[in-house]
Design a protein around this ligand. Structure first.
Ligand SMILES: C[S@@+](CC[C@H](N)C(=O)[O-])C[C@H]1O[C@@H](n2cnc3c(N)ncnc32)[C@H](O)[C@@H]1O
Length: 179
């Protein structure tokens, strides 16, 4: 199973995937040594060297979409206004790479507010909205609210962004049931 993990961060999507799967993560920040697979540091708006993949998982940045749904009077919104064109471009880039690598399975994760720009998600798990061609069997409830408890550190944004294990397991189980 050849897996491409776009905007991979610390590798939440792949945390439950079998060691035998051939996994490569791509991110503009350096997660080498911490990403649980092969890692390529790249700007995905520039990088073009993708081959065929069986599965593509993607978590394009969501901060600007989230911010666009905050009240415009909020100080953080006024100080750092959301860059929606960039957020849309990154999400569209994930879709383009998926089209080009022709995977059997694919999934893109983002926030509820991104639907206004990217179209309606197929399903959601708590605040994680999912566009996918897999009829996932999502668990009840959500195991992600612990992210609010992450202590302050330079890593905090990356740790808070990590995909919950139960979502990784839902994708793995769906694929393993069909192969
Ligand atoms: C929502 S986080 C990904 C979380 C990840 N799925 C996980 O489970 O840890 C989005 C990631 O996109 C990366 N990113 C932002 N702009 C990028 C770009 N132009 N090219 C590649 N990665 C980018 C950020 O560095 C960040 O790690």
């Amino acid at each position: 199973m050849k897996v491409i993990d776009l905007f991979c961060g610390l590798g939440g999507w792949v945390q439950s995937f079998p060691a035998a799967w051939d996994i490569t993560g791509y991110d503009i920040m350096d997660f080498s040594g911490r990403y649980p697979g092969k890692f390529i540091k790249a700007d995905l708006l520039e990088y073009r060297d993708f081959g065929h993949a069986d599965l593509v998982v993607a978590s394009p940045p969501c901060t600007d979409f989230s911010k666009a749904s905050f009240p415009p009077t909020w100080k953080s919104v006024q100080r750092y206004p959301p860059n929606i064109p960039l957020a849309v471009k990154l999400f569209e880039r994930a879709r383009e790479i998926i089209r080009q690598s022709r995977p059997q399975f694919w999934i893109i994760e983002n926030v509820r507010g991104s639907q206004k720009y990217m179209g309606r998600a197929d399903m959601h798990y708590g605040s994680r909205y999912l566009w996918t061609n897999m009829a996932l069997n999502l668990p009840q409830g959500s195991d992600m609210y612990g992210k609010w408890l992450v202590s302050p550190s330079p890593d905090r944004p990356a740790v808070r962004a990590v995909i919950p294990r139960s979502l990784s397991v839902a994708v793995r189980d769906y694929i393993e049931a069909g192969i």
